[in-house]
Write a protein that binds this ligand. Structure first.
Ligand SMILES: *Cc1c(COP(=O)(O)O)cnc(C)c1O
Length: 383
């Protein structure tokens, strides 16, 4: 990836830098690949990155939006996403958020429990509306990812378990203000091996057969998101392998001809276009290692501290010989470390460091812990 370092000199660090050419290339690939299958539609999972500029570019490529809060619904509507392309998920939707969705006329609520279903039915009734709902089912599939980002196992808080699903189906006809529109699944995040998605397809086929025996064919199957990216070597795989991902569903998932298949991709859309740009404040000699102390911290990018996540780190101004550094931030927490024994070109105070693959779950998770400023953000087509 090319970084316009001369321009960075004029900017306050740390900041997120988004390569909008790469974002557009990623979005073009998604359009092209889904274009092969008339029933496939992608809803961008807004929680990965809700930067207004990023949202408006994603909107240009006709993706829908997958929201998990009222705030996200507001953000995407402001960015121009039409209400009928918004789906709303989340285990704990508050009344104001449900009303906001009903008022806006969103495509559907992804419902995660019977009490939530009852509440949506009640609120819709009070507003004289019918709420379109998809039931989120926990398919009990192990996505083999980090335990903090696996969501499809029985022990997770998400969705309705397969055992309770029959009960919910019996109960649905008693609710007069909800319309049963679809099934929703989401098994986890940063999934790079396709076999969990294949297992998900098989599980969905079984569920669809059971529903068919009851005379039910839903409009929408929503398989959630989770497609992973290459954090180790981002320049080798700047655009995730969408062709292979969609092909898995094409091969293993049986759809009825009138059904739509929704995908809720977050990370795969925005991750590789973003980098966190930070300056080296000090290089400190430790007992047996060197620390590069940078002006970004876990408040700007929490993934390494929260998930032990790996990010590729590079010195984008130095061409000196490679040395090994622990790259750490200024926050008063030992977990405020972006990487240990990172090979960097000889590094000095003032150098720019790029922490790569930071476009997803980066800027949006920034906090002001230690009374810090929030990081800035700049797009390549604006600076
Ligand atoms: C987080 C989430 C997504 C997006 O996950 P990615 O791994 O970023 O693709 C999709 N659907 C639901 C319900 C989610 O919670």
């Amino acid at each position: 990836m090319h970084f316009p370092v001369e321009k960075f000199n004029l900017l306050e660090t740390p900041f997120y830098y988004y390569d909008t050419d790469l974002l557009r290339e990623t979005l073009r690939t998604i359009s092209q690949e889904t274009g092969r299958y008339s029933q496939y539609h992608v809803h961008y999972a807004v929680k990965a990155n809700a930067n207004p500029r990023i949202l408006s570019i994603i909107r240009e490529y006709d993706l829908g939006a997958d929201c998990v809060s009222g705030g996200e619904i507001k953000a995407v509507m402001k960015a121009g996403f039409p209400a009928d392309k918004i789906v709303f998920a989340g285990v704990g939707k508050a009344d104001w958020e449900i009303k906001l969705g009903l008022e806006a006329g969103i495509y559907c609520f992804n419902v995660e429990s019977i009490p939530e279903l009852e509440n949506i039915d009640k609120l819709a009734g009070e507003m004289g509306k019918t709420a379109p709902v998809a039931l989120r089912i926990n398919p009990n599939i192990d996505a083999h990812t980090h335990h903090y980002i696996t969501t499809g196992l029985n022990e997770n808080k998400f969705g309705i378990s397969l055992n309770h699903f029959e009960k919910v189906l019996d109960y649905l006809p008693k609710l007069s203000h909800v319309h049963f529109k679809g099934l929703h699944f989401h098994i986890g995040s940063q999934i790079v091996d396709m076999s969990p998605f294949q297992m998900l397809c098989n599980r969905i086929n079984e569920i669809q057969e059971n529903l068919f025996r009851r005379g039910i064919v839903v409009d929408v199957i929503n398989v959630g998101g989770g497609l992973g990216v290459d954090y180790q070597t981002p320049d080798q795989h700047p655009v995730p392998d969408f062709a292979n991902y969609f092909a898995v569903f094409h091969k293993y998932l049986k759809l009825f001809s009138q059904q739509h298949l929704f995908f809720e991709l977050g990370r795969a859309v925005v991750c590789q276009c973003g980098s966190l740009i930070t300056r080296v404040l000090y290089v400190k000699e430790g007992e047996n290692k060197k620390f590069a102390i940078v002006d970004a911290g876990m408040t700007d990018l929490i993934r390494p501290a929260l998930y032990q996540a790996h990010h590729h780190i590079e010195n984008i101004v130095s061409s000196r010989a490679i040395e090994s550094y622990d790259v750490v931030g200024p926050i008063c927490e030992s977990s405020d470390c972006f990487g240990q024994n990172v090979p960097l070109s000889g590094t000095f105070r003032g150098d720019f460091i790029a922490i790569r693959s930071a476009g997803a779950y980066g800027e949006i998770m920034a906090s002001q812990y230690n009374c810090r400023r929030l990081p800035g953000s700049h797009c390549s087509d604006e600076i």
